[in-house]
Structure formats: C-alpha cells, structure tokens
Design a protein around this ligand. Structure first.
Ligand code: ARG
Length: 460
C-alpha cells in the first residue's frame, strides 16, 4: 500500500507526507510486528490504569480495552495482517487500526505514554518469555547429557589437551562437562532475567509525565517485580538486551565446542561416535559420505550470535541519553540471537539424544599414545620417588616404547626393572586404562565413583 495516499499519524506539524523511500527505510514494522501481543497487553494494562486513576473516563478506558481485545482476535485469526501496512512500527499499526475500529476515542490511549517507554515495555515483555523459553530448552539439553552419561557410564575415551591424547577419562565425565557449561548459561540468564523484570512504562518520552499515573498498578497487572527508578535511564537503557544476548553468545559458544567435538569424533579417523541419520546428510557427489551437518551448522551459528551481540553493543556505544532512533535497530539482532540459540539448542539436544558412541573404538585409543604415562609416574611417587625424578624415569620408559613401536603394556617385567629397579608386577595394573581412570578419585575427577556422585548431584 502506498503511503502517499494517506497522511500518517502524528503529522500535524508537517506540510508534506514523508517520502516513500524514507518510510520504507525507517519502518520497523516487518521486524517489530512480532511484538504485537506484547504491545496490546501493555496497552491494556496502561488503559486500565488510566481509567482507574481517573486520567481518562472509565467508559473510554473500557471502550479502548474492548477495541484492543477485538484487534487481538483479528490478528490471531489472521484477519488483520501486517504485510503492506503503511505504518512505521507496531505501535502505530495498533493505534491506527484501533482508531479505524472505535474512532477518535482511541487517541486517549496514548495519554501519559510515549513510544519510547512503550517499546521499552514491549521488549521487556518479550524478553521475559524468550529467556524462559531458552532456559527451558537448556534444561532439556542438560537432561539429554545426563541420560547419555548414564547410558554410556562405563565408556572410556582419551581426554585431550592440545588435541593430544593426555589421560583416559570416562565419556560420562566428558559429557557432564557440557552439563555444567549449560548450568552456568542457565544461571547467567536467570541473573539477566532479574534486571529485565522491571517496568519501564511511565517514563514517557524521557522525563516522566504530568498525569497522576500509578506505575505500580501497571507493574502489578503485568507481573513485573519492580518499577524503574529513573525515567531517563529507562528509555535509554539497552543493557538488559545486551546482557541477555551476551549470555546467549556463551550458550552458542559452548554449543560450538560441542559441535566441533562431535564433528571430529564422528570422522572415521576418530570413529568415536555415529550421528543418527536424522541429523546427518549425504553428499551430492560422494556416495560414501555421511556429513555431520547438524553440528557443523550449530558450530557456525555461534558466529552469527556473536555478531548479534556485537551489533547491539556497538549500536549503544557512544549514544547520548536518552532515546535515539538508532535504537530501533536493536530488535533484529535481539530476535535473531534468541531464535538462533533456541534452534541450536533443539538440534544439539536431538543429536545428543540419538548419537551412538563406539565404546570399543574409544577405549582402543584411550590407553594408546602412552596416555597412562602419568600413572606410571604416580606409581613411582607412591613408592617414594620425588615426582620430578619419576617424570624423568617415565620419560625414558616412553622413549623405549616409542623406539620399538610398542605401548606401555607391551614391556616385559625385565624391561621395566632395567628402566628402574623399583618397578614390579603391579605396574601392569597401573598402565591399564581402567586403573588409570579409577585412580583419579580426587573431588571432581574422572573416577567412576566421582562421576557417579557428579551425576547424582547434576540430577538434583
Ligand atoms: N520503532 C521504535 C523503536 O523500535 C519505537 C520508538 C520510536 N520512538 C520515536 N520517538 N520515534 O525504537
């Protein structure tokens, strides 16, 4: 619909209507239309308060509320659509349609309110839901990790540092590492939620209003824990968005590390796991391929979420107080970050729920590459050898094995004794991967006893 046909709202002080290209450039409706429910519920709470405080007549308030509810129904049923609407944003869309429906009395809705506090309110209402939705998905993903850890409890794989085999660990221990990352992500979002859950409405354009509004009443209606303290800060503040997206960027970052590991582990060279058909794709040219696209895309999406964070941060940097129209650009990265992280979590969870782990393959490499060398050194330490000396002796053991192309368990007792007289029969137990894992019994370590404890704690 062309704008030139109708003069837009609030154009009283202008001679000519806005340029068509400028309207297209400046409209945020295609993005912020998804705030329509929040915009209407915010308006319903506001108009109820205006009526109750005697700022507008009770009959007008009731008529406006009925009109808003009707609009809500029409949008829900798809009778009223956003496409092609001439409006600058969701607020003007609702107001124009309300006016079409109930006439000039609709104009009383915007008493004691500005779009500056209105958009701040809409976003906070959105964020409360969006944060909860991501937290719910984080919990489900954590559960998937717990179940996978339980189901594969006896599996041992190499633990890595520098992507070099370091020490054998339980697969359950490795999976639970992601559980704790997600736990911190959950907590960060919870903390952000506390600062989101503050009513901004009533700050008006920037300085408050001359009308005797009751902000606490509106906060109560909308279920906000608190009311904001400073009207200037309220319309200028985007911290809550930035910190929420910052928390999301860490979720995405954690999932990207998981993505990388599953991509590596599912490569035939590792062969530690097999992603289910539902989360793999074939190649259009190479029939043998089985690509872990699901986790590659999850890994890639993290770049996008960091971009969203960066966009928001940069948008606000250096802006003078209070509201500036630049801030309209906040919604796209905000929505994108939430949509992307929610979808990434859903995919990662599906992958964890359906991936099968190849216990034999993992174990066959877990002890190889002298992964139990630290256990040999610890063995000597228990016989009274200072750790540094034990480290030297073990280094010599590794050198002998390496030169002769053997693993630690291939050495004969005689060879052990030649390397150091303090070795005896029991060294064969110490170099086994099960013994190595079971021995790491310190709190938070990888022994089955500790990991079982950890699993039980995680479940609570
Ligand atoms: N569409 C605007 C935004 O998203 C709403 C606030 C507009 N305020 C204004 N004074 N133009 O930020």
């Amino acid at each position: 619909m062309s704008n030139s046909a109708s003069k837009p709202l609030w154009s009283g002080r202008f001679d000519t209507a806005i340029d068509d290209a400028m309207l297209r450039f400046s409209t945020s409706l295609p993005i912020d239309c998804r705030l329509w429910r929040h915009d209407i519920s915010g308006s319903l709470a506001h108009v109820e308060m205006l009526g109750a405080c005697g700022i507008i007549p009770a009959e007008d308030a009731a008529q406006i509320a009925r009109g808003l509810e009707e609009l809500q129904g029409e949008i829900e049923r798809g009778e009223l659509r956003f496409e092609g609407a001439p409006d600058e944003d969701i607020h003007s869309f609702i107001e124009r349609n309300l006016t079409l429906k109930i006439g000039p009395v609709a104009g009383k809705l915007h008493t004691a309110r500005s779009r500056n506090d209105q958009i701040a309110l809409d976003v906070r209402l959105y964020l409360r839901e969006a944060i909860r939705a991501v937290q719910t998905e984080i919990r489900a993903t954590q559960t998937a990790f717990l179940e996978a850890a339980d189901a594969n409890f006896t599996a041992i794989l190499p633990g890595y540092t520098h992507l070099q085999r370091a020490q054998p660990v339980l697969l359950a221990h490795h999976l639970l590492a992601y559980f704790w990352m997600l736990q911190r992500d959950f907590e960060r979002l919870e903390s952000a939620f506390g600062r989101v859950d503050v009513l901004p409405l009533g700050a008006a354009a920037l300085a408050g209003t001359t009308f005797p509004i009751d902000r606490h009443r509106v906060a109560k209606t909308l279920g906000f824990a608190r009311v904001s303290e400073n009207s200037l800060d309220t319309v200028a503040d985007r911290d809550h968005m930035i910190e929420s997206v910052s928390a999301l960027s860490l979720v995405a970052l954690h999932l990207s590390r998981l993505g990388e590991e599953l991509v590596l582990w599912s490569a035939p060279e590792f062969g530690f796991c097999r992603l289910d058909d539902r989360y793999s794709t074939g190649s259009s040219i190479m029939p043998q391929k089985r690509n872990p696209d699901s986790m590659e895309i999850v890994r890639g999406k993290a770049a996008r979420v960091l971009g969203d964070f960066n966009a928001l941060w940069t948008l606000v940097k250096g802006l003078p107080l209070t509201y500036n129209r630049d801030l309209q650009e906040d919604k796209e990265p905000l929505f994108d970050a939430f949509d992307t992280v929610l979808a990434s979590l859903q995919i990662a969870r599906g992958v964890i729920e359906t991936t099968t782990f190849n216990h034999e393959k993992m174990k066959s490499v877990a002890g190889g590459g002298f992964a139990t060398a630290t256990d040999v050194a610890d063995y000597l330490v228990r016989k009274g050898v200072p750790f540094r000396e034990a480290h030297e002796i073990t280094g010599a053991v590794v050198r002998v094995c390496e030169k002769s192309g053997r693993e630690l368990w291939d050495l004969s007792l005689e060879e052990w004794k030649n390397l150091d007289a303090r070795f005896d029969e029991s060294v064969f137990e110490a170099v086994k991967v099960e013994g190595s894992v079971a021995g790491r019994n310190s709190y938070g370590g990888t022994s089955p006893t500790r990991v079982r404890e950890q699993l039980e704690l995680a479940k609570t």
